[in-house]
Design a protein around this ligand. Structure first.
Ligand code: TGC
Ligand code: FAD
Length: 392
């Protein structure tokens, strides 16, 4: 049977260009052909399926909006969102890999790197020859990254810095070739540093026993007196605003991605409800099940509108960080609630790996936590509308 039907209840396709639809459909077809058949087993085995890296590159998932001169796909923000939506229809962990590569590794190198950095790293990251990771979170600093301890000092030879510290919960860390790491200099100012695999004192142990995002590799980044050329410091921007600018781009992609996971849960539950007979009727005929399904499509439609409008604003360079927070928070919450309801519609079958719903549900527990927790995004909205900062 068809794996996905992709609801479009409000004819939102009319808001898309022919190019948008082409890009989306290509991503959708690839996910259906190359991700969906293998992803359940990868999640069960807790292994990132490296075989899909060239496919991710081919649909433009690595640097969708990075200019073509650096190997990116040169697309607009809506295209980026649509690609993330289609990937997360398959699995949030695969979307994570793409989000990190695009918005957290390529974006800072493009925006804050030197021309030499761009030429050296971006084409290889776009093709998937290099995989990247982004180190902001630390064991004792998650929601409050400004307190980070990881720091570097001058090596005294005029050419190098010495980096010490540790990052935790880092997507792609176990296999990354390069890591964009945020660390403080001797004056306590945050800078982005490109750390390369093979540098002495740099290790990336994997974090095991996750019940969520099992098809994505997560780990640590550990720095023990790592000697790094000064030229690996991103020159374009420093301070906490630099990593937060990357998060804006990644959170935008997640706001779209979560819709894909929700659509897949909804499609699956709707199909099942029409086919499953209890008490002599399809369960879709019972009002309680209709309520669940009707609310799901309503919430998906609202989330689609939010994401589309945010895409237009972002393309125009007008989207605020607080607007992005609202969409990330709303859409991930929408998706996790739909996953929980959809799972119930499938009854006992809902807990098995025969269907994607339980995997989406468990994945979304990470998505609602990373890139700013559900609470943090609410407080960002609270600060924006009241002018009162509840963080401090
Ligand atoms: P605060 O004093 O508010 O701000 C510090 C400086 O940053 C500026 N700023 C921003 N700049 C750009 N974009 C944004 N979104 C910005 N938000 C704030 C701000 O203007 C200020 O600039 P300046 O020049 O005055 O210094 O900072 P704070 O310490 O109070 O923290 C604010 C808070 C809590 C909102 C922020 O730190 C936060 O967002 N915390 C959540 C942490 C987080 O999201 N971590 C994500 C780690 S990466 C990840 O999870 C990847 S998962 C990837 C995957 O697999 O998909
Ligand atoms: P904490 O900050 O300790 O929060 C714990 C609880 O306290 C949360 O419910 C939070 O909402 C609440 N809380 C905290 N502060 C406040 C407050 N002021 N008011 C009210 N409530 C508050 N990070 C990276 O840098 N790179 C990555 O690639 C990356 N990938 C990740 C992949 C996975 C699978 C996961 C789970 C996380 C990843 N992260 C990554 C880390 C992620 O960004 C953090 O987990 C997240 O920012 C929350 O930090 P924490 O886990 O330390 O929770």
């Amino acid at each position: 049977p068809d794996l996905f039907e992709a609801p479009d209840y409000y004819n939102l396709d009319d808001l898309l260009t022919e190019e948008h639809k082409m890009i989306r459909d290509a991503a959708r077809a690839w996910v259906k052909r190359d991700v969906s058949p293998i992803i359940e087993e990868a999640a069960q085995e807790a292994k990132f399926p490296k075989s899909i890296i060239p496919g991710l590159a081919s649909i433009g998932a690595f640097g969708p909006y990075i200019p073509e001169e650096y190997g990116g796909a040169g697309l607009d923000q809506i295209s980026y969102g649509l690609i993330m939506q289609e990937i997360e229809r398959g699995d949030s962990g695969v979307r994570s890999t793409a989000s990190v590569q695009s918005s957290l590794v390529m974006y800072p190198i493009w925006k804050y790197g030197s021309e030499e950095h761009r030429k050296k790293f971006l084409p290889k990251l776009a093709s998937g020859e290099f995989m990247g990771s982004f180190g902001l979170t630390e064991p004792d600093h998650g929601s409050n990254p400004s307190g980070m301890i990881t720091s570097f000092k001058d090596a005294g030879d005029g050419e190098h810095i010495i980096l010490n510290g540790a990052k935790l919960w880092i997507s792609n860390s176990p296999f990354c070739d390069v890591a964009v790491v945020w660390a403080k200099n001797e004056e306590g100012r945050i800078h982005g540093v490109i750390v390369e695999r093979g540098m002495e004192g740099f290790t990336t142990p994997e974090t095991h026993n996750k019940w969520s995002l099992r098809a994505s590799a997560t780990g640590e980044l550990i720095f023990q007196d790592v000697k790094i050329p000064k030229s690996n410091i991103l020159p374009g921007k420093s301070g906490l605003g630099a990593p937060l600018g990357c998060l804006d781009s990644a959170r935008f992609g997640i706001a779209w991605g979560a819709i894909g996971a929700a659509m897949d849960c909804y499609d699956t539950a709707l199909r099942y409800a029409k086919e499953r007979i209890q008490f002599g009727k399809p369960i879709a005929a019972f009002q309680l099940q209709q309520k669940k399904l009707a609310e799901m499509i309503t919430e998906i439609t609202k989330a689609q509108l939010l994401a589309w409008r945010l895409g237009v604003l972002r393309e125009e360079g007008k989207a605020t960080s607080a607007q992005i927070s609202m969409a990330k928070r709303n859409n991930v919450d929408m998706a996790i609630k739909i996953a929980r309801e959809a799972r119930q519609i499938l009854g006992g079958m809902g807990i098995t790996g025969e269907y994607s719903i339980m995997r989406h549900m468990m994945n979304l527990e990470s998505v609602i936590t990373y890139e700013g927790t559900h609470d943090i995004h609410l407080l960002i909205t609270g600060l924006d509308i009241t002018g009162e900062n509840a963080f401090k």
